[in-house]
Design a protein around this ligand. Sequence first.
Ligand code: PHE
Length: 453
Amino acid sequence: MENEKRSSFTGKLGFVMAAAGSAVGLGNIWRFPYLAAQYGGGIFLLVYLILAITFGFTLMIAEIAIGRKTGLSAIGAFRKLDKRYSFIGYLGAVVPMIILPYYSVIGGWVTKYLYVFSTGGMAQAAQPDFFTNFIGASAESVGWFFLFIAATSLIVMCGVEKGIEKVSKIMMPILIVLSIGIAIYSLTMPGAMAGFAYYITPNFDNFSVKTVLAAMGQLFYSMSLAMGIMITYGSYMKKDVNLESSVSQIEFFDTGIAFIAGMMIVPAVFSFSATHPEAAQKGAGLMFETLPQVFKTMAFGDFIGAAFFLMVLFAALTSSISLMETVVSIVCDKLKLKRIPACLVVFGAALLLGLPSALGSNLWKDVVFLGKMDFLTFFDFISNSVIMPIVALLTCIFIGYVLKPKAIIEEVESSGTFKRKKMFEIMIKYIAPVFIVLILVFSVLSELGYLQV
Ligand code: PHE
């Protein structure tokens, strides 16, 4: 595509909606609320916010600027800046290829739940083993996975402007309205206010170094950093769009939706269990097992449940299209393929790679990695806890010491002011690399069970 005119977002709104669409995803909805509940409520929120406007801001603006400066996706971008460092681009490109398949498996589960809730199946979905039975019934979960990834591919096939931008401009506003509506409804449930207070009141007893590291790990994933996505989207950004304010808006969106998701889930679960927010299980269990039971106790529960899963579906779709676009854009750039054939290649590859995760617990229950993980958990661990921090670290070192921060600053200033310039420079050279090494060590040790979290 280097010779063809590169596609682009029509303007700032399109860019911000698409990038925020990538950032706002399953991570905001199920992961953020339970982390906040677990790590001291208000104090976690505060730490997260501070990290978002310093650390998250630095990495995000750096990636978008690299993309816009070079006009290329991750691999080409690093090569153009300095040939010796194209391996960082390759490493970053591996991440979306690993995440896309299993993210789409979860996307398929969300689609199934939307279907069940909108066809009057709430009572069934609230049964204790509904979820385990569903993911164990391999053919069915493969079918939903296929549907989700096919929808993602169709949108990406339509292109940056007519596919991604258009869809994001429709889905993101609906997502905001639905999440605010559900949050308000959830706050009116009996006992919900106590849950809300728990969610926002700082609890210093639960504060530790781990709070900071957990917030940092979440930030990375939540802002879709260190996997070439923001480089790719930056390469579609027009030269006159203000970079600093775009990044601020994306951050605001991402953090705002995460906060609202907590408002929707923590009080509802609190009110449901009437005992303690610990009832909020981690991960998949919270969204697919606890929440259906909570909806069942609500008036208009099937309606609220359907609205909730529609919202989650939009969040997941706009994220999966950013993953797919990143891979497609690399395939276009490297293999000089046109968009549609490139999409078909990536669709086929993702389908194959996703099968082991979609076939779920039954077929593969004896295949474990590192002595304890199933396929889906393993892919999640390798990409989020290992490769992403390494890519982020290399990116910081590359920008801080090889390319020099000045190159990024010039790109940002070519389209407006750069108020957080000084902070950017200090963060990228000194603070971010140290923190990233800490996240890497922390997440690997805790995942492998050497550290109690
Ligand atoms: N940022 C998304 C979220 O919060 C997750 C994601 C990761 C999306 C990787 C795309 C790529 O859920």
